[in-house]
Design a protein around this ligand. Structure first.
Ligand SMILES: [Zn+2]
Length: 258
């Protein structure tokens, strides 16, 4: 192993093993009653099958048509509330729209994307939001602390991957899907270093849900600066998830500082 590669590997390792003081950084998130039969747990299993190409699209869509209405009911039964867009929070704490990659939202490419293609999907109907992390240790270069991923919207955690290793070909790495009943959409957050929520958690805008990381097939490579990948998928009348560009919303919403 040459010297540079060695230094990079050491940095990467420090990024992945980063001990995070979760308690001091995390707001209390109310966890509703969780049982094995909860529909969000069923949704996570379905999402994993879709991700891994283990279920035909037709069958997967039929399951979504059953599960999403149940998840909506669960959300409101467990005191989930709707919020206006004016309450949305920029998804990286202490960062703002200047950190969004590309020019004028050019990172968004909807063409070729299909949610049901799972890990093999094309396109990039998403925005990447970059943190200051020159040495790729997943800590902000100024504060030397992890950067909190804040929930853009309210909603309920319906899928998450809390484990990832460098041998995995999973593109999202450690990811979270939140279902937002008020806009009938999924919001997807990918490449996190640590997921700080559980399935079925009910979330408000600005709740800390993860730390920014470098997990995922491409995101962990040296050529990729440390970033959050965020995507909105709006369910149409048949519950088919269609990408929506979040760029304009990200430009106008509030930044949460601490
Ligand atoms: Zn991305």
């Amino acid at each position: 192993m040459n010297r540079l590669l060695f230094i990079y590997s050491a940095l990467l390792l420090s990024c992945m093993n980063n001990k995070v003081d979760d308690k001091s950084e995390t707001k209390t998130i109310v966890t509703p009653f969780v049982s094995a039969t909860d529909t969000c747990i069923d949704f996570n299993s379905l999402n994993t099958k879709i991700r891994d190409g283990l279920i035909p699209q037709k069958e997967a869509l039929k399951k979504m048509q059953v599960l999403i209405p149940l998840i909506r009911n669960y959300y409101y039964k467990h005191n989930g509330q709707d919020f206006q867009k004016s309450a949305w929070i920029f998804p990286l704490q202490n960062y703002n729209a200047k950190a969004i990659g590309g020019k004028d939202g050019s990172g968004y490419i909807a063409s070729g994307f299909n949610y049901f293609d799972g890990n093999k999907h094309g396109g990039h109907p998403s925005q990447d939001i970059f943190i200051n992390d020159k040495n790729q240790d997943c800590l902000d270069d100024v504060t030397k602390k992890p950067v909190n991923v804040l929930s853009l919207t309210e909603g309920i955690v319906i899928a998450a991957s809390t484990q990832w290793d460098t041998a995995s070909n999973l593109r999202g790495g450690k990811y979270i899907y939140i279902y937002v009943p008020s806009i009938n959409s999924f919001i997807y957050y990918a490449h996190t270093n640590k997921v700080l929520v559980n399935l079925c958690d009910i979330i408000k805008p600005g709740d800390i849900i993860a730390n920014v990381g470098r997990t995922g097939l491409s995101a962990f490579k040296k050529r990729s600066p440390t970033h959050l990948h965020i995507m909105q998928l709006k369910l149409d009348s048949t519950y088919y998830p269609r990408p929506v560009n979040l760029y304009k919303d990200l430009l106008t919403i509030q930044t949460q500082k601490k």
